[in-house]
Design a protein around this ligand. Structure first.
Ligand SMILES: [Zn+2]
Length: 73
């Protein structure tokens, strides 16, 4: 296994380039697009602009990233 440097949760959405546009509509600058209100990404998923499967994939990885951050502390 390759020993990647741990991704930070706020860097994760950068790997999902199609989130970049919709993310500008988020109310919060540090929005993680998971449970926040007025989230542009969630709206984009609802409108079919972002694939739901990609969004679910993102949520899964986000959970892992948060879990790992907990372990490193
Ligand atoms: Zn968001």
């Amino acid at each position: 296994m390759v020993d990647n440097p741990p991704i930070k949760r706020e860097d994760l959405s950068r790997l999902f380039i199609e989130f970049a546009g919709p993310a500008e509509e988020c109310r919060f600058l540090d929005c993680l697009h998971s449970g926040e209100v007025d989230c542009g990404v969630k709206d984009a998923v609802k409108d079919g602009l972002v694939l739901n499967s990609r969004y679910q994939n993102y949520l899964t990885i986000l959970e892992e990233v948060i879990e790992r951050e907990r372990c490193y502390r």
